[in-house]
Design a protein around this ligand. Structure first.
Ligand code: GLU
Length: 294
């Protein structure tokens, strides 16, 4: 049987907040309960959206909460050659093309595309430099069963359209990088927030084209604020305080419905995590996203 390997893959756009702690903790407990290895991958692929120093602060905050990577942290910004190789593999199969439709053109254009790219550049044979590079998608359903959310299906061609793998500004898209790195790091468990559930078929689609194995998926409920917005930098989620790590972990276990006993709140960080590893239960997870005052 495969060695169980999980990962937490934050984008360093701001400090760690309660929402990201839920994902980090969920992936850590899920993986450690199975005696697995847990890795941290820094998804620093989009410099315009990143905040200087955020990557280090995230790692420090995770360490203060008792979670450290079992291997050297992988930085996506240093892995362009791997993404380029994957793109080349797809190009060899004639599955990518250059696209010069701007976002403005697509939204201004009179037809209603409902956000699904209609393949306007599919047959134009445009050069790929300084252009978005899109994946030529096929009319077939991707079906997978999420460990918490159950069966999920999506037809990429009709529900998403040919999606972007590399942007015109030269940056690789999350969808491509995440698939290449999950495979390169031999990840068997992808545990992350439910907001990424509908991205998963796109990732499975790319895995199939590149002949990579499919990991198991577990999408956790996400925390929202009182306006039902996902906690994030954009919604001004507060940074976690390392000095309150025990309290934060306890609150995260409660949010995830794991039923921590009250006396765990004041326990040592290592003891809180040990309790979490022993009692981790996917069946207890709340079904819906929950709002939380944070
Ligand atoms: N970097 C993504 C984020 O911070 C997570 C990607 C993933 O776990 O697949 O939202």
């Amino acid at each position: 049987m495969d060695v169980v390997r999980g990962r937490f893959a934050p984008s360093p756009t701001g400090p760690l907040h309660f929402g990201s702690l839920l994902t980090a903790l969920g992936s850590y407990l899920h993986c450690k309960q199975q005696g697995g290895q847990w890795l941290i991958r820094m998804e620093d692929l989009d410099p315009p959206r990143e905040e200087t120093g955020a990557a280090n602060r995230i790692l420090e905050t995770l360490a203060a909460h008792g979670m450290e990577s079992d291997e050297e942290v992988l930085y996506q910004s240093r892995r362009s050659n791997h993404y380029e190789q994957a793109l080349q593999q797809l190009s060899d199969q004639n599955l990518i093309y250059g696209c010069n439709c701007s976002r403005k053109f697509l939204s201004d254009t009179s037809q209603d595309y409902s956000g699904i790219y209609p393949g306007l550049c599919r047959n134009k044979q445009l050069a790929k430099t300084n252009r978005n590079i899109r994946l030529l998608t096929d009319d077939k359903e991707i079906i997978f069963t999420d460990l918490a959310q159950g069966p999920y299906r999506q037809n990429i061609f009709s529900e998403v359209g040919d999606f972007i793998l590399k942007r015109r500004d030269g940056f690789y898209a999350y969808q491509l990088a995440v698939v290449v790195d999950d495979s390169a790091q031999h990840i068997t468990e992808v545990v992350r927030g439910c907001d990424l559930l509908d991205n998963t078929p796109r990732q499975i689609y790319i895995q199939q084209l590149l002949a990579y194995p499919r990991p198991r998926y577990l999408h956790l409920p996400i925390a929202t604020n009182s306006k039902h917005e996902k906690l994030s930098k954009q919604t001004r989620a507060r940074a976690l305080q390392s000095g309150k790590a025990g309290k934060n972990l306890f609150a995260a276990l409660q949010f995830l419905n794991q039923g921590p006993p009250a006396n765990l709140m004041t326990a040592a960080i290592a003891d809180i995590l040990d309790w979490g590893i022993e009692h981790w239960s996917i069946r207890s997870l709340p079904q819906q996203q929950k709002s939380i005052k944070w």
